[in-house]
Ligand binder design. Structure first.
Ligand code: MRU
Length: 364
């Protein structure tokens, strides 16, 4: 997608041909800064500190992290050590492990002299594939938005989304936001309700930034507002992303997603989850009990960072000093609350059978 007329992906190999550049998402929306990663440690830190975030982008960064590790040491032991370090950075998004496994498969058969080149080739392919997958998710989701537009000609289609599942969360396009970009580009009157997404505000800072730069009409709302808007007919459909979806269609996504799904269910608002196949964990069938939920620092809840009127970026305490705070990063929306899973292969029912219809190679 474009920023000030320049096309960016979220991750790319720098002009030196080996170091890796990313957009520092902790600085958005106030500053657009890129950061150079030169080691596997850098890549791990970028994922852990959420300089990069979003399930597909975490996977892509881990893939390049392995490339950087192999530049220092091409042995199996070094590969294994870097794999373990990168895999341990964040627990919920399964794309991380998927990407690392893909990289090991691509690199291991090669002799030591060919491993670095094989790794960079595999990481670049993984990124290119992610772009194409997200583009197809966009096309499949566009059909849904178009369907809504046809039932209410001339009226704005209001889509509610939670967190950031846009191009900043992937390599390009995004998952939940790809259909919205395509609808907007196709001239459909689409407006997005953007949940602010406490505590890190990925909605208010990242989704709003993306949509604004692309000219998509949107409104930031407090996380608690979605139910009210649905009760008053102000939401036509919800589209969210996911960090791990079970083989049975339960979907983990940013904390608060489940509450939106409940409100959508109660108000007959269609609730879609957009995902690439790399987010499906075929080994799990009970999302609520089996998907590991990340817990992050209490400080993310008790403090907030923002820009003052004088342009200074400051962090302030917003809660009663000394109070304990809990920070669960994700929750699980059970399949029964999900209208459909928008994938690169089409839209599936959120069920084992639904997913197997689209991914028949997983049968048996
Ligand atoms: O903690 P984050 O910002 O990495 O969480 C991201 C999300 O929850 C996204 O909705 C999810 O990764 C889908 S990204 C296409």
């Amino acid at each position: 997608m474009k920023i000030d007329g320049i096309h960016y992906r979220t991750i790319w190999v720098a002009d030196d041909g080996w170091s890796v550049e990313v957009i520092d998402q902790t600085k958005l929306p106030h500053e657009f800064r890129t950061l150079r990663l030169t080691s596997a440690d850098d890549a791990a830190r970028a994922i852990k500190d959420m300089i990069v975030r979003g399930a597909p982008l975490i996977g892509a960064t881990a893939a390049y992290g392995l490339c950087l590790a192999l530049r220092d040491d091409t042995s199996d032991a070094a590969l294994h050590e870097a794999y373990e370090m990168l895999a341990a950075t964040r627990p919920t998004a399964v794309n991380l492990k998927w990407a690392l496994d893909e990289m090991v498969k691509a690199v291991k058969p090669h002799g030591h002299n060919a491993r670095v080149e094989a790794a960079y080739t595999a990481a670049a392919k993984l990124c290119d594939d992610d772009v194409e997958i997200c583009r197809r998710i966009g096309e499949n989701g566009l059909k849904i938005i178009r369907g809504h537009a046809e039932t209410k000609p001339g009226r704005t289609i209001n889509v509610l989304t939670h967190c950031n599942a846009g191009w900043l969360a992937c390599v390009d396009w995004g998952t939940a936001l790809a259909p919205i970009y395509m609808a907007h580009d196709a001239g459909l009157p689409v407006h997005v309700w953007v949940d602010e997404t406490r505590p890190r505000n990925q909605g208010a800072s990242l989704t709003a930034f993306e949509l604004g730069r692309h000219g998509v009409p949107h409104t930031i709302i407090p996380d608690n507002a979605g139910g009210h808007l649905m009760q008053h007919g102000q939401v036509d459909l919800c589209i969210v992303g996911t960090d791990r979806t079970t083989a049975t269609g339960d979907a983990a996504n940013k904390i608060g997603t489940y509450l939106k799904a409940l409100a959508a269910y109660d108000n007959d608002v269609p609730f879609y989850v957009a995902l690439p196949h790399t987010t499906i964990d075929w080994t799990l069938s009970d999302g609520i009990h089996e998907i590991p939920i990340e817990q992050r620092s209490a400080r993310e809840v008790t403090h907030m960072t923002g820009k003052t009127a004088s342009g200074e970026i400051v962090t302030v305490e917003i809660s009663a000093p000394g109070s304990a705070a809990a920070n669960y990063g994700f929750d699980v929306t059970p399949a029964r609350l999900i209208t459909g899973l928008i994938t690169e292969r089409g839209v599936a029912a959120a069920s084992r059978e639904g997913l197997l219809t689209l991914y028949p190679e997983r049968r048996g």
